[in-house]
Design a protein around this ligand. Structure first.
Ligand code: NAD
Ligand code: UDP
Ligand code: UDP
Length: 312
């Protein structure tokens, strides 16, 4: 049994990770400032003897004693991370420095939740970890993309300079239950719109692609990466290589919900990547990991979740 810190633990991915770690018998300290996460996501864990919830902003120092750290704190939806872009950069950069400083002091293994956004709008398809990316350093997405890139830099510099035990995973679009209905990302938007029979908002012509990973697969990848042999740092891609256009996604959701919603076309957000698909051969080789949940099955679970949430 380990004492494990999860930053951003009351968010979408963080709360599923807390569930998994508690189920595996660990002691979990969940730290969150509730910017996009909520107590509700971890309410069912509050009475558990091995679970502790702390309101804290990772841009400030944190002094606790733990064996492992998963650093997930950071808004992930473009709508939310662009709301206060300076805070987004601070969260990625100051947050990484504080969590690395903490890990250094207590000699903890630390995993960073990085992102496929480090590849920007990629010219190489699918994207292997060796690709350096094509990121606009001064655009509206830069606070997130460059913040996450700088966090990766910090992780590798602490590793080289202080021999720290780091793990970096690059997450590709992941969806599932506990996404916030107002999260703003495409899967939750389309499902909520379809369930309410509201217009489905397609940005641009809907021909841009994304690859969608179900949350349970992603969490399994996290845990395997954390348990991987010392010295295997990554970065490693985690995602589902199944690639869909936003129009295909909208049509799937409409059909599965049985909705009367119509498609409406809205302007494409600035610097919106045109295509994205993970090359996951490294995760296959080093973690013996690959996703197992097909998009249709994951959407079914997610639709069932939102049906319940929207009833309230
Ligand atoms: P989310 O918005 O649900 O979760 C982020 C959590 O971090 C929230 O609970 C939020 O309140 C918390 N947080 C934000 N700023 C904080 C701060 N300064 N101090 C403490 N807590 C703070 O999003 P998510 O999808 O669960 O994303 C979790 C992590 O995974 C993020 O780091 C994100 O960048 C990364 N990621 C997610 C995806 C995805 O598709 N879900 C893809 C790539 C990367
Ligand atoms: N830090 C923290 N918790 C700790 C140890 C350090 O939050 O248990 C923070 C501290 O605020 C510091 C940062 O981590 O600014 C980086 O720590 P490091 O030891 O690398 O650098 P230094 O303290 O020398 O600036
Ligand atoms: N998108 C869309 N309608 C929406 C929300 C998003 O068409 O209501 C598009 C968005 O322009 C992007 C893709 O869906 O091309 C994925 O967007 P999301 O915000 O989920 O994540 P991203 O991968 O862009 O960070």
């Amino acid at each position: 049994m380990k004492k494990i810190l999860v930053t951003g633990g009351a968010g979408f991915l963080g709360s599923h990770l807390c569930d998994r770690l508690i189920a595996d018998g660990h002691d979990v300290l969940c730290v969150d400032n509730f910017f996009t996460g909520s107590k509700r996501n971890v309410a069912h864990l509050l009475s558990h003897a091995n679970f502790e919830l702390m309101r804290h902003d990772v841009t400030f120092p944190l002094y606790v004693e733990v064996d492992q750290i998963y650093n997930l704190a950071c808004p992930a939806s473009p709508v939310h991370y662009q709301h206060d872009p300076v805070q987004t950069t601070k969260t990625s950069v100051h947050g990484a420095i504080n969590m690395l400083g903490l890990a250094k002091r207590v000699k903890a293994r630390i995993l960073q939740a990085s992102t496929s956004e480090v590849y920007g709008d990629p010219e190489l398809h699918p994207q292997p970890e060796s690709y350096w990316g094509r990121v606009n350093p001064i655009g509206v997405r830069s606070c997130y993309d460059e913040g996450k890139r700088c966090a990766e830099t910090l992780f590798f510099d602490y590793h080289r300079q202080h021999q720290m035990d780091i793990k970096v995973v690059r997450i590709f679009n992941t969806y599932g239950p506990r996404m916030h209905p107002n999260d703003g990302r495409v899967v939750s938007n389309f499902i909520v719109q379809a369930l309410r029979n509201e217009d489905i908002t397609i940005y641009g012509d809907g021909q841009q692609t994304r690859s969608f990973c179900y949350v349970d697969d992603l969490i399994e990848g996290f845990v395997r990466m954390m348990a991987s042999e010392q010295g295997f740092t990554g970065p490693i891609n985690l995602g589902n290589p199944g690639e869909f256009t936003m129009l295909e996604l909208a049509e799937k959701v409409l059909k599965m919900v049985g909705s009367k919603s119509k498609l409406v076309f809205m302007p494409l957000p600035i610097d919106d990547p045109k295509q994205r698909q993970p090359d996951i051969s490294l995760a296959g080789k080093n973690l013996n990991w690959s996703p197992t949940v097909a998009l249709d099955d994951g959407l079914k679970e997610t639709i069932a979740y939102f049906k319940e949430v929207l009833k309230e």
